[in-house]
Design a binder for this molecule. Sequence first.
Ligand code: DCP
Ligand code: CA
Ligand code: CA
Length: 350
Amino acid sequence: MKNIEKKRIILHLDMDYFFAQIEERENPHFKGKPLVVGADPKKGKGRGVVSTCNYEAREYGIRSGMAISRAYSLCPTAIFLPVNMSLYKRISISVFKIIKKSFSKYEKVSLDEAYIDITEKVNNFKSAEIKGDTLRDEIYKREKLRSSVGISGNKMMAKIACELAKPNGIKVILPKNSKKIISKMGVEVVPGIGPKTKKIIGRKLDKKEPRVKDANTLSKRELKEMLGKRGEDFYCMFRGIDHSPVEEKREIKSIGREHTFQEDTRDSAKIIETFKKIVNEVFEEAKNKKIKGITVVCRFEDFQTRTRQISFDAKRYDNDFYYKKGISLLLGLLTENNKKIRLVGFRVRV
Ligand code: DCP
Ligand code: CA
Ligand code: CA
């Protein structure tokens, strides 16, 4: 029963190289040159990361999340710009207004990404494609920004279609072709399969880079034994099936700060002092809002990034309470290993 999918038509929209494209729009003379948005590279000595970059910079191998120093060494002549988050947020709001005008059932995934359930709006995939084109045209007309759209019978396949459509394109994957198309891909295309799960599957199949078609030799029971309840969902997803609904989530707001140390450190007094400073900044911004949860982030010298979090009940506590909880999470992370710390961060959900 679970292997039969309800007929739906789902559209996935994702803006192309979002932060960098906005910077190109604001500064047209940057167009055509490699452009990187992120931390200050400080002539190769900078210590933050790349947020994103345009396609010209990607040709040099630069990618989101990469150390900015690495990006600098790959292309020292690129244009490096700081993250102007308030501008990107403002433009994101405008893009979502355009979506909202034409569609009622959509789910915001991030600043530049949304799923839209258009089952009730169109009768077939041909008219779905026209809807997708109209949306892309409308965004371009109003915001002068390019985007890509994927369309299929569920969220997972619509996102895969969108990846294939990028940049500035549209792609439809008919549900009857979903299984065949996904089978050629690496298992990590399935949402929820990260490096750890991939390793478990790879070990079982004796393959370093397991593909979906390899994973399709595993029975539902085997997957459940290996990965628990999630394994059953993966069994369906490996066959192009995803039942998850498009749901408009109430927006969870988070307020956070992070600090990259000038030099990697294990000096706990120094780490705690910095932590205290950023926690206070976060409290300052969160002001009277009810805190629903806190997250502490540590990035270690080898770039491994670990987080720990706690959620709270409906009660309101004073800032000191959250600070002490934060410190205990931080100490937990620090005692996980002996590596030096590169970055520490603190975030609250409000
Ligand atoms: N972002 C970030 N750090 C990351 C990944 C992304 O700050 N590690 C930001 C910058 C991106 C935006 O989020 O512009 C959207 O992320 P995407 O993954 O959609 O990437 P892009 O829009 O930059 O590129 P693409 O054209 O591949 O979608
Ligand atoms: Ca994007
Ligand atoms: Ca995105």
